[in-house]
Design a protein around this ligand. Structure first.
Ligand code: GAL
Length: 663
């Protein structure tokens, strides 16, 4: 497996480091404490545009030079950022057209960050100029380990420049205006365009907007940011070929700002790497540890099963939560190890030292306001020590037992206005299935429905609204896979046009015909004759004898919908396909029907095990006990965290962890 951060020996450990917020005297303490904690890489220059380029044509690198030199002298590597996510006031004032416009036509002011229009030429040119300057200056700096472009791309803009760029993008996608009119179904409500100049971003309108328009704008906005990312990456590569390049994605939230799978095509492979940020929601509804696993599994999915890097997490509370949610003692240690268990090549945080001022002065950090004598810093040191001991894990990969299909276009399209139910969000449903599987000890990749799925014994498609055709899923099932499809899947094509005869693109494959949707009200449930119940959604659904050649069968029915089905099963080729015409309130009774084999069978819920393996056969079993009670883990080897032997009678204490190099 490729070493995704070859300049760093072993696993990466560190965080965002913003020394420009501190007097020089503090820097020495910073690096001394970093060394004490085992920090080996920090992300610098993330938001320092105003420092390195304080005015038009003015470049000041003394401070960044000093930071980079200090890191090099102390053996700490730099993930050097381009600083382009936060244009300074001078830039916005000089180029007001680079300030973003919201759907209501309001131009946002500077005063926070990410105030840019991705389509404004002045901004596009400025970021490439900055990236080139940095590439030229630091390409061979001894501290440099990797490049970090921008920060958490998500901004979309609705200004006139965006409108022009949108038209160009639409011309490339659709060709002529007739094709655009077809794709967006503009005969509905007399929306037909007769001139490209009439086409605008989906700005606020009088009534429900055109869903095809909304969907294409999402795609366009994601592509525009990807172009921006690539323009900076290419500028750097011209000066510093061969150094890894990344940006911190946000695949881990419900945010779905971009089509991360499309991004992944440009962030995997040669000298690019997938890095993601993850901030859990301590108030649930899913337990924190399962959220961690979801974030990690989604990241590994983007990395196509290979290694990836956790670029940011919180050591304790996140300021933007609007309240303090402290992590309990030991909690962030287990979370951090869990990311590594699920394939991260290290653990990074936002940020190294808590800021004294600014919007995030109450965001936690590796080094809190309380200084080194704090629970958080002690845990940071413990983690640094552990990660050093886990160096040999670097480069090993996880082999998941299942996949959950995640398609960003589906997520976007199913949240367009005018949907038949307001209680069928896609992303939270994927999380719910993921959590139910995680509780059973099943590790899942989050995979795109168009990828080769043959390596997964079971594939879940809980919410796959948008699908052009069933070809890839059919190949998977016929080849021996088990596919589980949730309701309201296969319903529309890529233009958000309804496929005739629901469940549309999946009707033939499932052998099921949905006569009508019967969405449920908020809080309403529906009983099935196998003793289970569903919520949010139900259907009048039947076996489609013609399509399935009588091979589909009803496994359970809704009570009260005579001679219809709620759970269907069909044997097809070498495989099986299941269809659920509702969202089961409790997923376990259904999961019990499947042949799901956990990494380590027989463990109680809350005891997480994930195995990482090297190509040469060396394996590491990460065992994380998130419960209060001791358990035994049936394997043999050495616990790398303690150096002690491990055997099937060894106790893993409550709220603790072991990483067992297996014999
Ligand atoms: C991330 C961001 C960081 C910091 C952090 C706080 O989304 O990249 O700069 O704001 O959130 O949670």
């Amino acid at each position: 497996m490729t070493d995704i951060v070859p300049e760093v020996e072993g696993l990466v450990f560190g965080g965002d480091y913003n020394p420009e917020q501190w007097p020089r005297s503090v820097w020495d303490e910073d690096v001394a404490l970093m060394r004490e904690a085992g920090v080996n890489m920090v992300s610098v220059n993330i938001f320092a545009w105003a420092r390195i380029n304080p005015g038009p044509g003015r470049w000041h690198f003394d401070e960044l030079d000093a930071i980079m030199d200090l890191l090099a002298e102390n053996g700490i590597k730099a993930d050097l950022a381009t600083s382009t996510a936060a244009p300074p006031p001078w830039f916005s004032q000089r180029h007001p057209e680079t300030l973003p416009v919201d759907p209501e036509g309001r131009r946002l002011n500077y005063g926070a960050r990410a105030e840019y229009c991705p389509h404004a030429p002045a901004f596009q040119e400025a970021v490439v100029a900055i990236a080139s300057k940095l590439g030229e200056r630091y390409a061979s700096h001894p501290a440099l380990a990797m490049w970090h472009i921008g920060n958490e791309y998500y901004r979309s803009c609705y200004c006139d420049l965006a409108a022009a760029a949108f038209r160009t993008w639409l011309q490339e996608r659709h060709g002529d205006l007739d094709a655009l009119n077809d794709a967006w179904g503009t005969t509905f409500w007399s929306q037909t365009f007769t001139d490209w100049e009439q086409v605008l971003p989906p700005r606020i309108s009088a009534e429900t907007p055109n869903p095809g328009h909304l969907l294409d704008f999402k795609r366009f906005s994601s592509d525009a940011l990807l172009r921006l990312f690539r323009s900076e990456a290419e500028a750097i590569e011209r000066h510093a070929p061969g150094v890894p390049i990344t940006t911190n994605l946000m695949v881990t939230g419900d945010f779905a700002a971009m089509d991360y799978h499309r991004w992944g095509e440009h962030m995997n492979g040669d000298h690019r790497l997938i890095a993601t940020d993850h901030y859990i929601l301590p108030e649930g509804p899913i337990e924190a540890e399962a959220q961690v696993a979801f974030g990690a599994d989604a990241s590994r999915g983007l990395a196509r099963g290979g290694p990836w890097l956790l670029m940011e997490q919180a050591a304790n509370s996140s300021a933007w939560r609007g309240g303090y949610f402290a992590k309990r003692p030991g909690e962030q240690l287990r979370h951090s190890l869990s990311y590594v268990a699920h394939g991260s090549e290290g653990v990074m945080y936002f940020q190294w030292r808590a800021s004294r001022y600014g919007a995030e002065r109450w965001h936690s950090a590796m080094l809190p306001h309380g200084g080194p004598e704090t629970k958080t810093f002690r845990e940071v040191k413990t983690l640094g020590g552990w990660l050093r001991k886990l160096a040999e894990v670097k480069g090993s990969v996880v082999r998941p037992q299942a996949a959950i299909l995640l398609d960003f276009e589906s997520v976007w399209a199913s949240s367009n206005p005018g949907e038949p139910s307001a209680y069928m969000p896609a992303y939270p449903e994927l999380r719910r299935w993921h959590a139910a599987l995680w509780r059973r000890g099943i590790t899942c990749d989050l995979a795109n429905p168009a990828w080769d799925l043959s390596r997964y014994p079971v594939v879940f498609a809980p919410a796959l609204y948008l699908l052009d055709d069933d070809a890839n899923l059919r190949r998977y099932v016929e080849g021996g896979g088990t596919l589980v499809v949730g309701p309201y899947s296969g319903i529309v094509d890529r233009n958000d046009h309804v496929h005739p005869g629901p469940p549309g693109a999946l009707r033939e494959l499932l052998g099921v015909r949905v006569e009508e949707f019967v969405p449920l009200r908020e809080g309403e449930t529906i009983a099935l004759d196998d003793g289970t119940e569903g919520h949010a959604w139900s259907e009048i659904a039947r076996v489609d004898a013609a399509a399935s050649g009588e091979t589909a069968e009803v496994v359970a029915s809704f009570i009260g919908y005579p001679s219809t089905g709620a759970v269907f099963h069909r044997r097809l080729g070498e495989g099986d396909v299941w269809y659920l015409a509702t969202r089961p309130t409790d997923l376990d009774p259904f999961l019990d029907r499947l042949d799901l084999v956990p990494e380590v069978p027989g463990l109680p819920t809350g005891v997480e095990t994930v195995r990482r393996a090297h190509e040469d056969g060396r394996t590491y079993l990460f065992a994380l006990n998130h419960t209060d009670k001791p358990v035994t883990i049936p394997t043999e080897g050495t616990d790398l965290l303690t150096g002690a032997d491990w055997n099937p009678r060894t106790h893993l204490h409550g709220n603790s962890a072991a990483v067992i190099r297996e014999r």
